[in-house]
Write a protein that binds this ligand. Sequence first.
Ligand code: HEC
Ligand code: HEC
Length: 469
Amino acid sequence: MASICLYLRGRVIASFLYVCCVSAAYAQLPPVPVPAENPITESKRLLGKVLFWDEQLSSDDSIACGTCHLPSSASADPRIGVNPGLDAIFGTADDVLGSPGVRRADSSGTYYSDAIFALEVQVTGRSAQPVIGSQWARDLFWDGRATSQFIDPETGLVSIALGGGLESQAVGPVLSDVEMAHEARDWGQVAAKLETAIPLALAVNEPADVAAVLAGGTTYPDLFATAFGDSAITAERIAFAIASYERTLVPDQTPWDAFVGGNPTAMTPNQVGGWNFFQASPCAVCHTPPLFTNNTFRNIGLRPLAEDVGRQDVTGLPTDAGRFKVPSLRNTGLKETYMHHGQLPSLAVVLDFYQGINGQVQFPANQDPLIAAIAVPPFARPQLEDFLENALTDPRVQAEQFPFDRPMLYSEVLVELAILADCVTGPAASPTPTPPTTPLECINLFDADADADIDLIDYAEYQLIYSVL
Ligand code: HEC
Ligand code: HEC
């Protein structure tokens, strides 16, 4: 392990200063709504943070919530996978640039060839949305199917009457056989796994708060007991803990917050120009400050309705066809892809779309009339772009500082070490969770890795890492 440790030591371990009493000047965001049934406690927040970043929450140890929601990418996904969309053909206009999830596996966890993705990891049918900033929305996901009323998936009873959108959302990915699970995974299996798993065993460089709570061999049953009074691990408790963590991720230290809080130099003159345009434009009707979303569902005419009807899937109403949740623009400059289909690669292209220029086409069926009213004069365009790109970014989110800090994921270690899909026998057997069966090829692969930062590891070390599984 020596060389790995060396390598890990080389990474910056951030030190955090938690400013507990933010000045009123920064308090632009409304208080985070917290459902009465799930008050935030420090022990729940910590358990939620551990669960959110633990790849062992997936059935094959390959993916955590955080894999698809990295703070430095606005807590959306910097990795880009291609889902072929409705026509199931790659390389056509309806492709979605979504999040890579898990390889298809049957109910026993054995991988088999998926009809579309074969033995590669599957890709979600919509792009990942930021978690940070989602805590004010009533219903979550692009189409709002994670409802404010949270039903305990194990008992079928109402767990949270109102305001439980985050809890409703959190129980989705864990059993999804595209995102984190083998087919037919149930909560009993999830609980049984967590009962014996060493929390965050696969992650490295744990944040200070997490390292402190896990010091001395704390187990998941210990963490659940501290948070909930006894050690039982249930879907409801997993959801309560993750949602509590998410509610504490408040991105309220952007240049814009400081500016409207009374610091006239917090935004550049260019950004102030962009803000002045923005607030007087139709943009602000939907992307309403201070959340920069009004959390409604709107159809901006991005794609033909036949591809994805969005909100109509949930309500059944024809008037909801093509409507998607208005995304918050906080930290939007950190995103890699834009819109529910992930096809727009930059804010410049987003603005091209709204203006219908540079080859960007709008689809008028059921389109919101406000979109036609958008006119960005040439002088305002660079200002608006600068404002969106830079003035709405919380530097703590970008730098992954408390409370937005996180461990390094094992998948990132693997990528860094170039133990990639071709290791050993091809994509079916690697990179996780199956340890290589023919070490020579792996060693060759590692030795071929010329990355100067990384000391080569050998097969014995690789096995050592896997021995924690
Ligand atoms: C494979 C990647 C992936 C994993 C793993 C994943 N997510 Fe997501 N997440 C997504 C995608 C894609 C969406 C949007 C899906 C949609 O709207 O249909 C999303 C949406 C969300 C949203 C909704 C945000 C909003 O504004 O509506 C939250 C919150 C969220 N995820 C939290 C989590 C949590 C908690 C976990 C772990 C239990 C998790 N995610 C695991 C990809 C992922
Ligand atoms: C009628 C409401 C509405 C108006 C007006 C509007 N937007 Fe949007 N905006 C949306 C919706 C809804 C989406 C998501 C659409 C989708 O993915 O199908 C979106 C997406 C975006 C995104 C992508 C964010 C992400 O996370 O992917 C950006 C950036 C954006 N809008 C900026 C603007 C700007 C700038 C303006 C003004 C020029 C504007 N919007 C006007 C509703 C609106």
